[in-house]
Write a protein that binds this ligand. Sequence first.
Ligand code: ZN
Length: 134
Amino acid sequence: MKPTHIEHIGIAVRNLENAIALFERLLGTPCYAVEEVADQKVRTAFFMVGATKIELLEPTADESPIAKFIEKKGEGMHHLALAVADLPESLKELRDGGTQLIDTQPRSGAEGLQIAFLHPKSTNGVLIELCAGR
Ligand code: ZN
């Protein structure tokens, strides 16, 4: 696997509207997209920061992985997303190399991207998302 760049950094927030206002002030740039990802039970908001992005994630249900994360650890950095050219191939390569995967198959994420998460047990405690498709 050879990631091309850091696609985005995901931040878990309790209230998306408040967080959007805060990050618009902090980054000096408007949020360019708000999107609900039903599959992951989150609402997301995106900001461009140079060539990479910041993704805010608000849970839409108690059983959302983001709700569970906030309950355990509080708001804050949730994941690092790396862009790869070929997602299925990257997953196969990682699995063959002994990396534990949360998603063995790509699934649909925000912004029309195909995504998959690696298990933080295999990545020094960092939740890593791989994404492809843009
Ligand atoms: Zn993400």
